[in-house]
Design a protein around this ligand. Structure first.
Ligand code: NAP
Length: 266
């Protein structure tokens, strides 16, 4: 316990200036706001995914806005690529303070009764095995360094089942394989939190649907079901991400925070 004169201010607790942050899938729909949040809060952001040119392009945009960012190559379904990214981070920065485990491989979207099953091995390689490999190799790197914060990005559909009636008659749906891996990510968070404590904290954000010009009928039904009456916007994820990345959450580990307007509160 710090003595009274040593208690940091709120501004100091939220300070992540000069920390090194990795955001996987860092130019995607949610990823771009997570990357932007880290950059605006003063961290150096590594935007990583398969399309390294788009990662570099988005890093350039963040730099033009006054942040510090670089793009890097990552295929999280490929262990060699994960190890290469880890080694690149070690060579370039010598440390990783914040790891936002956000990338998701998108595959054909049909419900469980209608879907083909042939893509599942590829799906699981990226979204289950890939997530585990990322956590193993980067978690170990951060653990050996002695500190850090890992933020897994799950979903409301890792917490509750899909509200299928809101999709009826629209071109939007959400598949069972997604619920399977997002639910897994939630208990993976708790498992890693206890394993890596007290050195590395591991928490999870479970966001709701981000508005992206979806079918207006779907949006209307979503808004009616959501206690806060709207889909998520870019600002909604930024504060919770900086909170979990920073010492403002230094006594939180293994926690799942819904960023979903009360979707799971019914
Ligand atoms: N969008 C939503 O409404 C919503 C709601 C709740 C939760 N979430 C969660 O938020 C996170 C981001 O979702 P999103 O909707 O923003 O995703 P998105 O727009 O579909 O973007 C996915 C990102 O992941 C990257 N990616 C895909 N496969 C990859 C691989 N094999 N290796 C490395 N990177 C890969 C993609 O880049 P490349 O193609 O360059 O690899 C892309 O940047 C996910 O974890 C998702 O479950 C999203």
């Amino acid at each position: 316990m710090a003595n009274e004169n040593e208690v940091r201010t709120v501004q100091q607790l939220y300070d992540i200036k000069d920390k090194v942050a990795l955001v996987t899938g860092g130019y995607g729909l949610y990823g771009r706001w997570l990357s932007q949040a880290m950059a605006e809060a003063g961290a150096h952001v590594i935007v990583a995914s398969r399309n390294v040119e788009r990662c570099k392009q988005y890093a350039e945009e963040l730099q033009q806005a006054g942040g510090s960012a670089t793009g890097a190559q990552l295929d999280q379904g490929d262990e060699t690529s994960i190890l290469a990214l880890r080694d690149h981070i070690d060579d370039a920065f010598g440390r990783l303070d914040i790891f936002i485990n956000n990338a998701v491989g998108r595959f054909p979207v049909k419900n469980l009764l209608e879907t083909e099953t042939d893509y599942w091995p590829d799906y699981m390689q990226v979204n289950a095995t890939g997530v585990l490999m990322m956590c193993k190799h980067l978690g170990q790197y951060m653990y050996e360094a002695g500190s850090g914060s890992i933020i897994n990005i799950s979903s409301i559909y890792g917490v509750v089942g899909q509200t299928f009636p809101i999709y009826e008659g629209t071109d939007v749906t959400s598949p069972a394989d997604y619920a399977f891996v997002k639910g897994g990510m939630i208990n993976l968070t708790r498992s890693m939190a206890t394993l890596l404590a007290p050195r590395v904290r591991v928490n999870c954000l479970a966001p709701g649907g981000l508005f992206n010009d979806q079918d207006p009928l779907f949006v209307k039904r979503y808004e009616e079901h959501c206690p806060l009456g709207r889909m998520a916007g870019p600002e909604d994820i930024k504060g919770p991400a900086v909170f979990l990345a920073s010492d403002a959450s230094q006594y939180l580990t293994g926690q799942i925070i819904g960023v979903e307007g009360g979707w799971t509160a019914w």
